[in-house]
Design a protein around this ligand. Structure first.
Ligand SMILES: Cc1cc2nc3c(=O)[nH]c(=O)nc-3n(C[C@H](O)[C@H](O)[C@H](O)COP(=O)(O)OP(=O)(O)OC[C@H]3O[C@@H](n4cnc5c(N)ncnc54)[C@H](O)[C@@H]3O)c2cc1C
Length: 528
């Protein structure tokens, strides 16, 4: 006999688990089905090397919404963050270096080594970003307005949004529009003169994105990355004790404590529909589960082009999903090290501040734009941007005594290669990354004990991220807010009755935020 549930959730990514947690707390009978052997999706800790625990995909937390952490009682289930300090370290080829700390005065002294004017302006820049982030933040945990409006209430939502805009001064409005539309370089050029500071800030605008610092729209991606914080400090990022998987383990435990059932190794092959309405799911092994609603944590392309019968969807909707931009350009390299990196610009292999921040290998804005130039023409960057983190600098339990793990998030690695394939390209790209690291930390190649690498193709095949896109779809203005994933269907419902979305392909987009999962649950509870 087919088991029956109030809600079946396809995928135990962090958003699926957030939705499960809220619905289970409201008394719903919830089943979560995850295709992988572990829960977590891209927010996971895995033992890819014997004796080590590695955040294989995402590696830092900041965007996870405080409301979700509090309401789903995550600290009670083991969630704990170590705020990064220093937040940032950059070694340069000329032997200089720059740190950014939690303490503003200390950061400004570092910036002043490169430009006294930039050091003076930096606190004002932070205030400017904070002001705009505060305008947008209240929208994160609300469904976007229904567009085109259908009921009376649907007309009120845009009016409420309009009222917020009317409350802005002309300068504030202009600043907000510039940040939503311009390139990150255009914004930073208005503020600063030194490449050292511009690079430190610009990378948040290009990470996970198909664009270089001069690509319009990248300023919004920067803003997306500062709408959060840890330890009460806005924009600050932190390491999670036990790795990123500790977030999803806590979410799973929280949902299970309220009765949710979670099955792993349970790939959903098909959403069952009858009379244009979802009635349940069929797994790859043929087993079936019935649900009053089915909620997909998979990305929009995977959900509608793989799991739902095409005949159950309007033609126009399918065309919009087909043209949804969802190709990534990121590569993740996870290393096990016998010794910490010894940076020429800040020597030492004993744990020091240079190991505790996010380290960027990216000497200039031009280096970054040129890295994108390669990707634009279908090649992995000849000289890639490297973002390095060492989780064992905060949590030594992740590796055997005296050993370390290092995550290297690499841009750019286009999903679609022009003259080659990822199986052909992967090893030489890994070598190029390690050679680049060695220019700054010459001891590194000799102390690497294990290597685990994820190309965009691996992200698609192993983690289910279509096109290897880390955000379940480009964070471009045409795919945000009431247009995410597509115009008319931004409030978690879909053209198939009783089929909902709850993943990063819905508002407000990707990153470990918990916001799409929260919003989807609230919509379902409201409709109940
Ligand atoms: C390499 C990398 C680095 C990143 N770094 C960071 C970072 O440091 N900080 C940050 O905030 N964000 C980061 N991100 C982005 C962030 O991790 C993701 O945007 C976010 O985790 C997506 O969460 P989700 O729950 O929406 O979807 P996912 O995590 O993708 O979860 C979807 C789940 O659905 C499952 N699924 C799919 N299809 C089926 C099916 N048919 N049947 C059953 N299950 C199915 C998948 O296996 C998966 O578990 C990174 C992402 C990547 C890939």
């Amino acid at each position: 006999m087919t088991s029956s549930y109030d809600a079946i959730i396809i995928g135990a990514g962090h958003n699926g688990l957030v939705t499960a947690g809220y619905l289970a707390r409201a008394g719903w009978k919830v089943l979560v089905l995850e295709r992988r052997p572990v829960v977590g999706g891209a927010c996971v800790t895995e033992a890819v090397f014997p004796g080590y625990r590695v955040s294989t995909a995402s590696y830092l937390v900041s965007l996870l919404q405080e409301k979700v952490v509090r309401e789903l009682e995550l600290p009670r289930y083991g969630y704990k963050v170590f705020p990064k300090d220093p937040a940032y370290f950059a070694p340069y080829p000329d032997g200089r270096h720059m740190f950014m700390y939690q303490d503003m005065a200390r950061t400004c002294r570092e910036i002043a080594k490169f430009s006294a004017q930039d050091a003076e302006r930096y606190p004002n820049y932070e205030t400017y970003i904070e002001r705009i982030a505060k305008l947008i933040e209240p929208l994160l945990l609300q469904p976007p307005p229904q567009f085109p409006p259908q009921r009376l209430n649907d007309w009120l939502d845009p009016l409420r949004a309009g009222r917020t805009l009317l409350g802005l001064s002309p300068k504030q409005l202009a600043d907000a529009v510039k940040l939503m539309t311009r390139s990150v370089q255009a914004i930073l050029d208005e503020w600063f003169e030194s490449d050292a500071l511009k690079v430190a800030l610009a990378t948040d605008g290009v990470i996970g994105t198909n664009g270089g610092p001069r690509t319009p729209g990248t300023a919004y991606v920067l803003l997306h990355h500062v709408m959060g914080g840890v330890g009460g400090v806005r924009g600050l990022w932190g390491f999670v004790e036990g790795g990123m998987g500790a977030i999803t383990q806590a979410l799973a435990a929280s949902a299970q404590a309220h009765g949710a059932q979670i099955l792993t190794d349970a790939p959903v092959a098909k959403v069952r529909t009858r009379n244009d309405s979802a009635t349940g799911v069929v797994l790859a092994d043929g087993s079936e589960y019935a649900g009053k609603v089915v909620i997909s944590n998979a990305d929009p392309k995977r959900t509608f082009l793989n799991l739902v019968e095409r005949s159950a969807l309007p033609e126009e909707f399918v065309a919009q999903i087909e043209s949804y931009q969802c190709e990534g350009s990121s590569f993740k390299l996870n290393l096990a090290l016998g010794e910490l990196p010894d940076y020429s610009a800040f020597p030492g292999t004993t744990l020091g501040p240079q190991h505790k921040g996010t380290t960027h290998i990216c000497p200039t804005m031009e280096y970054l734009e040129r890295a994108w130039d390669d990707a634009k023409f279908g090649k992995p960057s000849e000289r890639p941007l490297l973002e390095i983190t060492i989780p064992t600098a905060y949590d030594s339990s992740l590796a055997p005594a005296g050993k370390h793990t290092m995550g290297v998030f690499v841009q750019y690695a286009p999903y679609t290669l022009r003259d080659s394939t990822w199986p052909e390209e992967k090893e030489s790209f890994i070598r190029r990354i390690i050679d680049t690291l060695a220019e700054y930390a010459p001891n590194l190649p000799g102390v690497i004990e294990h290597v685990h690498a994820l190309s965009p193709l691996d992200l698609e095949q192993e983690y289910g991220l279509t096109g290897g896109n880390i955000f379940h779809g480009e964070l471009s203005l045409d795919q945000l807010f009431f247009m995410r994933p597509v115009l008319g269907w931004a409030r978690y419902a879909t053209p198939v009755r009783n089929l909902y979305l709850c993943g990063s392909g819905t508002h407000p987009g990707g990153g470990v935020t918990g916001a799409p999962g929260h919003n989807a649950a609230m919509e379902l509870l409201r409709k109940q």
